[in-house]
Write a protein that binds this ligand. Structure first.
Ligand code: SF4
Length: 375
């Protein structure tokens, strides 16, 4: 059994219709409840809830402070390689793009690690393109023992792997894995994933099951907002989370909500055209809705979003932020300027993000917050 069974019992069009049919009364009922379910979540992400944003923000703020206190966890991505054997229409690393490819060797990885440590980070997200042969298990087996001793918390965002591989990586110090479905709409998924293993929708969909079975501490899920109608896609993320929490209650979960960013090779060079545009206000609505559905889940916001947006939304439900990110292999010590996966929006240094967090009355936490507070 896996999430695929639950997924097959859901119908995209029915869910979409039911979200858009939600009324102000449904929203008020959801807001008044101490514990909310997926039907309440539909109401909270519906157009009917747009007039309740202030109230949602207040409740979301209170729920987040109650569970997480005034803390903000910080992490940084470390791009190890931009090789990729997939073709995704929205990504600069897509195999069809004629860009310079680079995979860091052991010395380069160490240099990047040291540059990151100088910025204080103790929680790192390793990122690669999806290239099974050149940046697969053999590469990870070499690199994790070099990187892990320097960090309290080690996360990865790489191609989906088998359960046995995750179990092995856990032994090498892997704590968390981010694996985004991109979109839960199978035919839209097929339109955007044109070549390579990533075309296998169900294998990707079952990845969190394999991760949980392998005993990985934390799993990150999400949809790439813009590929499909965002409310329905984000409902599927919530349903996925609901399934995972009920099935694997010992695992921790994180949700991300990346919006499409410009990248090399996008439909119009440098300009991605999302099918569904989500405004800043709607992203705030979504963040609050996730928090009101689930007081425990980590909500993570990356530097894809602008400085101003990140500063403003920080208290409303977010628990984890990236900072000072470079999205190209060699972006820190090696000062590689090209090869980036997508353009980041918030380009501030780690120090400057730290100061902003403190100015808002929050304590920056440089390691995974859970391990930081559980000793
Ligand atoms: S999104 Fe991932 S799999 Fe797709 S081209 Fe980019 S790096 Fe490769």
């Amino acid at each position: 059994m896996s999430f695929v069974d639950t997924f097959n019992s859901l119908n995209w069009d029915d869910i979409s219709m039911s979200i858009y049919a939600k009324t102000a009364q449904d929203v008020e009922r959801a807001l008044a409840k101490p514990k909310r379910d997926l039907e309440d979540f539909k109401a909270l992400i519906s157009p009917a809830a747009e007039g309740y944003l202030e109230q949602m923000a207040q409740l979301s703020y209170a729920a987040t402070r109650k569970r997480f206190g005034n803390t903000m966890s910080l992490y940084i991505p470390l791009y190890l390689s931009n090789l990729c054997a997939n073709s995704c229409t929205y990504c600069g690393f897509s195999m069809d793009n004629r860009i310079k490819r680079r995979t860091l060797n052991q010395e380069e990885v160490l240099a990047e690690t040291q540059a990151i440590k100088k910025m204080k980070f103790d929680s790192v997200l390793l990122v690669t393109g999806e290239h099974e042969t050149k940046v697969g298990m053999n590469y990870f087996r070499q690199m994790l023992p070099i990187i892990k001793p320097h960090f309290n918390y080690l996360a990865m965002e790489v191609q989906p792997l088998d359960q046995v591989d995750y179990a092995e990586l856990k032994e090498l110090g892997l704590d968390a894995v981010m694996v985004y479905q991109e979109t839960y709409h199978p035919s839209t998924y097929a339109e955007h994933h044109l070549r390579g293993n990533k075309m296998d929708f169900n294998y990707r969909l079952e990845t969190p099951d394999r991760l949980a079975k392998a005993g990985i501490d934390k799993i990150g899920i999400g949809a790439l907002i813009g590929l499909e109608e965002w409310r329905t896609d984000c409902f599927y993320v919530a349903a996925h989370l609901d399934y995972l929490e009920r099935t694997y209650w010992q695992t921790r979960y994180s949700i991300s909500f990346p919006r499409l960013r410009p990248c090399e090779g996008a439909p119009i060079k440098g300009e991605v055209q999302p099918k569904s545009v989500m405004t800043d206000k709607q992203l705030v609505q979504l963040i609050c809705a996730y928090r009101l559905l689930n007081p425990e889940v980590e909500l993570s916001l990356s530097t894809r979003e602008s400085e101003k947006f990140r500063d403003n939304v920080l208290p409303l439900g977010i628990t984890t932020m990236s900072a000072a990110s470079k999205t190209q292999p060699g972006g820190y010590a090696l000062e590689e300027q090209e090869l980036e996966q997508f353009e980041i929006s918030d380009e501030r240094s780690a120090n400057s993000v730290e100061s902003m967090i403190r100015s808002k009355g929050f304590d920056p936490v440089w390691r995974d917050w859970h391990s930081a507070y559980s000793g």
